[in-house]
Design a protein around this ligand. Sequence first.
Ligand SMILES: C[S@@+](CC[C@H](N)C(=O)[O-])C[C@H]1O[C@@H](n2cnc3c(N)ncnc32)[C@H](O)[C@@H]1O
Length: 246
Amino acid sequence: MNLSNVSRKKAFLGNITTSVRNEVWKLCRNDKTILDVCCGNGLFFLNFQELVRSNDSSGSNSVSHYPQKEQTFGNVARDTSPLPLQEDDGRDGKRVLIGIDRSDELLKEAKRIFQDNTIGGVELLRCNAFQLPFKSNAFDRVVCVNTLLNLPSLDAIETLILELMRVCKAGGKLVIDIRNRRNPYIRWRYRLLAKKEKFPIKAYKVEELEDIFHRHGFSCTKIVPIGCPLKFCAKAFLIEASSSNL
Ligand SMILES: C[S@@+](CC[C@H](N)C(=O)[O-])C[C@H]1O[C@@H](n2cnc3c(N)ncnc32)[C@H](O)[C@@H]1O
């Protein structure tokens, strides 16, 4: 794997971030339509390397901006989806891999990393995770990892989760992760880091996230500890959720 174009290697290739992406891939390797929200430089898609290579040997990866200006985010963007992902959308049952992020710089980096690793067929889109330009019920799997730790509050996380669940098919799965506040080392380290950085860095308890899912009628189908199986030692948790009324 060629990672020479990865910027901020300490952050993007750290132990926890890498383990989280690898564990998520194990959960969704067989899903057909996958959306990676806040995909950053696209490292999650490197896990699909063999498959994507054989699916699309032409190696093309498109980066689009939708909508063109960030000020236009809103209901209009939501209702005029460029990627409806319906049965008849011409994709012929092919695997659909889409990454979205608000950072143009990171999306361009993703494109370079895909080229370095001859990965094709991943669609990259610049947009806001809180107002995704996709119809409801579009994806078998929605992934949003190594990201909630940088949101300012549980309220913001709740708002994001509702948007992620909206674009997830009934019966589809959402997978997110949190850093484990019950782990004393993580708690201490993240408190220190938060003082140093200009953006939030937060750890949470699994129950706080379970509560959000349950209050909105979703069930947590899997909780996967990262780094250690014990509740007080795990560095992070993956939480997989689905609509519970199915
Ligand atoms: C720590 S990176 C994680 C990247 C990737 N998921 C990974 O596992 O390596 C967080 C990403 O979230 C993106 N992001 C943060 N807020 C966003 C928003 N409101 N809409 C879209 N992307 C956002 C940032 O640009 C950044 O790429």
